[in-house]
Design a protein around this ligand. Structure first.
Ligand code: GTP
Ligand code: MG
Length: 197
């Protein structure tokens, strides 16, 4: 899929603020600092559509970007970042859970995972929750340029093994680097397939 236009549309702090114009939504989520904003900019080809930050936890609202005038790319707040207070974490996870379980137009959720790290409880808990809620999702491994392709493959295999403890079927997985524009075609083709279904 070619990205001909990408425009920021609105920020919301709760589900009820999101205008229901019937367009399909593809959302992106992950721990703070995982590279969500960078990935969104890389996918859309806009250097600064989403704000890349040195301060974890910058994206605190649900941001909607209209792509090609026909679907929304949705940037969700990061879950579980270290610097937020406990009550803030709770509040955000409320917003997130409300959105992902109730947004009628959310077609698919991309969960971002830093490709360098061993599986973390917070991510596994989150994905198990998605599984229980029946939310369609895939895993985007980020920052693959920071290690060898071989190491990335090894780490992804560990993920498969870990998830295999609970699940028979694996979610779609994408190895990406925003620096190297790796994984862009794969993710955009996947979205296109979902849209044509
Ligand atoms: P919050 O919105 O604060 O939760 O963070 P985020 O998940 O949006 O992460 P962001 O895109 O702001 O990136 C965090 C840091 O990682 C920045 O310093 C980025 O430059 C860096 N980064 C993101 N993606 C990549 C990547 O693919 N490769 C490399 N080398 N660095 C990356
Ligand atoms: Mg961000």
């Amino acid at each position: 899929m070619n990205i001909n236009s990408a425009e920021f549309r609105f920020s919301s702090s709760k589900l009820s603020q999101i205008p229901d114009d019937g367009m399909p939504e593809f959302a992106f989520i992950g721990r703070s600092n995982v590279g969500k904003s960078s990935l969104i900019n890389m996918l859309t080809g806009h250097g600064s559509l989403a704000k890349v930050s040195g301060t974890p936890g910058k994206t605190r609202l649900i941001n909607h970007f209209l792509i090609n005038g026909s679907w929304y790319l949705v940037d969700l707040p990061g879950y579980g970042y270290a610097r937020a207070s406990k009550s803030a974490v709770k509040e955000f996870s409320g917003i997130i859970k409300n959105y992902i379980t109730k947004a009628k137009k959310m077609h698919f959720l991309f969960v971002l995972i830093d490709s360098r790290h061993a599986p973390m409880k917070i991510d596994l808990d989150f994905m198990n929750m998605l599984g229980m809620e029946g939310i369609p999702f895939g895993i985007v491994f980020t920052k693959c340029d920071k290690q060898s392709p071989r190491q990335t493959k090894t780490n992804i295999d560990v993920y498969r093994k870990t998830l295999g403890q609970w699940w028979e079927e694996m979610p779609p997985m994408f190895a990406t680097s925003s620096e190297k524009r790796q994984g862009r075609e794969e993710i955009l083709s996947f979205v296109e397939e979902c849209l044509n279904r």
